[in-house]
Design a protein around this ligand. Structure first.
Ligand code: GLN
Length: 462
């Protein structure tokens, strides 16, 4: 059900009935998309919305519409664990700004979605509470780190879910689960009340059935917030500035190493665009070959800093046999973090250490600037840059868990928009088998042009 269809259902029955039905679907979920259901608070809020609707007062543009939030966003009425044992008992004293804005518009959060612990990963297999399976094939992963959010939309539990994207965590699971996943321009949505991963690329965005629904959610959650100084004016209320004619297909993203299924489906869409009169040209951007390496230096560096605060004093696992403060910290962190969290903390501290800072972090920061320049230039020549979202379809559960490098390779097409702060969206293609996502990248701040073109792809994919 789309948001519009949900609103019709609410007008024909009530917010309470629609929310209760969503909660029942959430309880019946067999893919382990959810970590906790927010039943009590959701039902109370639905009744309040119904009162308002009955009285004819303004209940908000999303009045009574149920949604699900990734469990790294602070919410009332549930725990917020970030899928880590370190936050197992944590109950948030305030809500994330994005959640507050959705509630002010009448939307109702009914559950918290599974993720890779602290959003580190691309398969939801790094969750301390077990993986989410793919709704299209339960032997495969849902993608990650917002795997639970993508699966809950694909399963039609709710019309939309919120995810976070640091290097692909909205777009990759959207591609694997066959839903729309939007990573807005960096700074579009307040990060206040989100468990930080890498502060220079973290951004909240929606997972939906349609591009139009992604825009509806962004209209509500985006815009400046005094509690997050990196926020910008809402780009979703600005007019689209580019009438897309010329499309640049990133050559490096359709070369060897990309699954045939992905290539075939993406190429088919490119042919459709050509037949519709678009100028579709290959563009080679050799600097992209360094994007993944840059990402896996910059992001672990920021992760190491952001995760330094988890000391086990106020919440989290606390080992019993501690004798001194130092071992409280080390034993807590050893017991609470998942192996992937530890790997990133180690890499991050290594690349920031005095002996290696120049060789790794400083170099990566320079290449990041170069990448931004090259992509900005390409977006002067082409109205949009396009390609696959992920080089593969959803892989098998357990297939890559012993091999972090092959896991990281799934991120090679998503990290560039993250490092450069550009808006990017994954739109599902019409496929015979497992879902494949088509990625569109636009200029920073020109999110609405990306959405307009994404609607073209959506229309052509049927
Ligand atoms: N898969 C990527 C990673 O592991 C992206 C994570 C994210 O965007 N949160 O870092």
């Amino acid at each position: 059900m789309t948001i519009a269809e949900t609103k019709i259902a609410i007008s024909e029955s009530s917010a309470t009935e629609v929310v209760k039905a969503a909660i029942e679907r959430a309880k019946a979920d067999k893919s382990h998309a959810l970590l906790e259901i927010i039943e009590e608070r959701a039902v109370v809020r639905a009744a309040e919305i119904d009162e308002k609707l009955k009285a004819g007062s303004d209940a908000g543009i999303l009045a009574g519409v149920p949604f699900i939030a990734k469990d790294n966003m602070l919410t009332f009425g549930s725990h917020t664990t970030a899928a880590s044992k370190l936050l197992e008992n944590f109950e948030a004293p305030f809500q994330a700004e994005a959640i507050e804005r959705l509630e002010a518009a009448g939307a109702i959060c009914i559950a918290k979605a599974n993720l890779d612990a602290f959003a580190h990963g691309g398969s939801t297999e790094n969750s301390a509470y077990g993986p989410t399976s793919n709704p299209h094939d339960n032997t495969r992963v849902a993608g990650g780190s917002s795997g639970g959010s993508a699966a809950s939309v694909a399963l039609d539990i709710v019309p939309f879910a919120l995810g976070t994207d640091t290097g692909g965590s909205i777009r990759e699971p959207a591609s694997f689960c066959g839903v729309v996943g939007l990573k807005p321009t960096y700074g579009s949505v307040s990060r206040y009340g989100v468990v930080a991963m890498a502060s220079s690329t973290d951004v909240i965005g929606p997972l939906t059935h349609t591009v139009g629904d992604a825009k509806l959610v962004m209209d509500v959650i985006a815009g400046k917030d005094t509690k997050d100084s990196t926020t910008i004016d809402n780009p979703y209320t600005q007019p689209a500035t580019v009438a897309v004619k010329k499309v640049g297909v990133i050559k490096e993203w359709l070369e060897d190493g990309v699954d045939e299924t992905v290539k075939t489906n993406v190429t088919k869409m490119l042919d459709t665009l050509t037949s519709q009169g678009y100028i579709v040209e290959e563009v080679s951007l050799p600097v992209l070959q360094y994007a993944l390496a840059v990402y896996y230096i910059i992001v672990p560096a920021e992760v190491a800093s952001n995760l330094a605060r988890y000391d086990g004093i106020r919440y989290g696992v606390r080992p019993e046999s501690t004798t001194d403060l130092g071992s409280v910290y080390s034993m807590t962190r050893n017991a609470g973090f998942m192996p992937e969290n530890k790997r990133r903390i180690l890499i991050g501290n290594y690349v920031l250490s005095s002996g290696y800072y120049d060789a790794y972090f400083r170099q990566a920061a320079k290449v990041r600037t170069l990448l931004t320049d090259v992509m900005n230039q390409a977006l002067e020549t082409y109205d949009m840059l396009v390609g696959p979202t992920v080089p593969m379809v959803a892989f098998g559960l357990g297939e890559n868990t012993q091999d972090p490098l092959s896991m990281y390779l799934a991120d090679q097409m998503t990290v560039s928009a993250s490092l450069t702060g550009m808006p990017a969206i994954s739109v599902p293609l019409k496929t015979e088998g497992l879902p494949v996502g088509f990625q569109i990248i636009g200029k920073r701040g020109d999110d609405n042009s990306v959405l307009v073109f994404a609607e073209t792809i959506e229309g052509a994919a049927v």
